[in-house]
Design a protein around this ligand. Structure first.
Ligand SMILES: *Cc1c(COP(=O)(O)O)cnc(C)c1O
Length: 403
């Protein structure tokens, strides 16, 4: 996920447009801004690229999730189903609204298991929030069928999978709402930023209002605007949006390089007996930002993680004991350690996460290694990496597993 690897003159030029006028805010100051509306320009271009009618930029991917949920009317006590393998933003954004996260197991797609989703539905369920982790997607068709049958919202967290597709549609555009992050380590970056896409006009209006204190943005006198609902400040600045315009111009080149580099690594590992790959749901195409693979046992996977690092293969992640991305690392959530009092709905309704059975997800996560796919690798570095990974894994599987 390498947007920062290609930061260059295009980004500097966009930012300079903003610096020259000094109008750092996305609204107002029409006379001073030399015709530059960077946030608006990015929104139009992004909606277009994502095949969606509307895009709302905000300050981060996390705030995009919160704004999307709020826009669809999710609030206190509503249950939102989310996976156990994700970034912490999933439960943060839900709990910010007083809504209740309901965590379900992942399967061999490394995303939420549709059967687990179905089993978790209660009369309070309002939304299913799949997370397309590490460049590949949840089984959106199965999830959409479930959502349609139970009248639930389908909100895609596509923060890590920008550019991937499902049944020909860009990830994020298949459900009712889709969210993206443009933080510094994502496939395209604004430094900090996020975006929401939707085809639902009402949700789009709500997003626009909610992210800016409820302002209706009608007319050109900010002070005279009305406020149909309560909101908050999740605005993006013009400086950040400007970087995003330049990065969006590079997205197809980034994706093509990721696919090429991913394919070289995958071809090499395919020749190692005992290595298998995450399942991509039928109809899906990854964005190739990571290559995720399974080894036969947890013990072998832990050995492989160490051996890969020892062999100088960087950026291979073992999420199972990583603090950030799997339920195992979220002690603060499991024990509900908040600074202040949490809403009663959350305290009363949340499942006992210390005593929930996540063994089905553990069985996949404990055997998963994900290699980041960089675009800055030279041909020589790429081939060297592929050869090293292949040799390290073959050695481990041969001596430890008699393959
Ligand atoms: C990065 C990320 C987010 C949050 O984005 P920020 O811009 O860092 O707030 C949310 N979900 C997933 C899956 C992410 O990878």
């Amino acid at each position: 996920m390498p947007g920062f690897e290609v930061f260059g003159d295009e980004e500097r030029k966009q930012v300079n447009d903003v610096l020259e006028s000094g109008v750092l805010m996305r609204y107002g100051f029409d006379g001073m801004r030399n015709g530059h509306w960077k946030a608006k320009e990015f929104e139009t271009a992004f909606a277009n690229r994502m095949g969606s009618q509307y895009c709302q930029l905000v300050s981060s991917g996390t705030s995009a999730l919160t704004v999307a949920l709020a826009a669809a009317g999710i609030g206190a006590g509503d249950e939102v189903i989310m996976p156990t393998f994700t970034f912490v933003a999933s439960f943060e954004s839900i709990m910010m609204l007083g809504a209740v996260p309901v965590l379900v197991n992942i399967d061999d797609t490394l995303t939420m298991d549709p059967k687990a989703v179905e089993a978790a539905i209660t009369p309070k369920t309002k939304c299913v929030m799949p997370v397309h982790m590490c460049g590949s997607m949840a089984d959106l068709k199965a999830l959409k069928n479930i959502c349609d049958a139970h009248d639930l919202l389908l909100l895609e967290d596509a923060c890590q999978a920008i550019g991937g597709t499902f049944e020909g549609k860009p990830l994020g555009s298949y459900g009712d709402l889709g969210c993206f992050s443009f933080d510094y380590v994502k496939t395209i970056t604004c430094g900090e930023g996020g975006g929401i896409i939707t085809n639902n006009e009402q949700y789009a209006i709500h997003c626009d209002q909610y992210q800016d204190h409820g302002h209706d943005h009608i007319g050109n006198d900010r002070g005279a605007e009305t406020h149909p609902t309560l909101g908050y400040n999740f605005r993006i600045s013009e400086l950040n949006a400007a970087v995003g315009i330049a990065q969006l111009g590079k997205i197809d080149a980034i994706l093509a390089l990721q696919k090429k580099n991913y394919t070289v690594l995958r071809t090499a590992l395919s020749e190692v007996e005992g290595v298998t790959f995450r399942r991509v749901p039928e109809g899906g195409e990854e964005n190739y930002s990571f290559l995720s693979f399974f080894l036969p046992t947890e013990a072998l996977t832990k050995k492989a993680k160490i051996a890969l690092a020892d062999a100088g293969v960087d950026a291979c992640f073992y999420w199972y004991d990583n603090n950030w991305h799997y339920i195992n690392g979220w002690e603060h959530l499991r024990d509900l350690k908040s600074l202040g009092n949490l809403p009663a709905e959350i305290k009363n309704q949340i499942q006992d996460l210390n005593n929930s059975d996540f063994s089905a997800g553990d069985a996949w996560m404990s055997r998963t290694v994900s290699s980041l796919v960089k675009i800055g690798w030279t041909e020589e570095q790429l081939l060297d990496r592929a050869a090293r990974m292949k040799s390290v894994l073959s050695e481990i599987l041969k001596t430890e597993y008699n393959l």
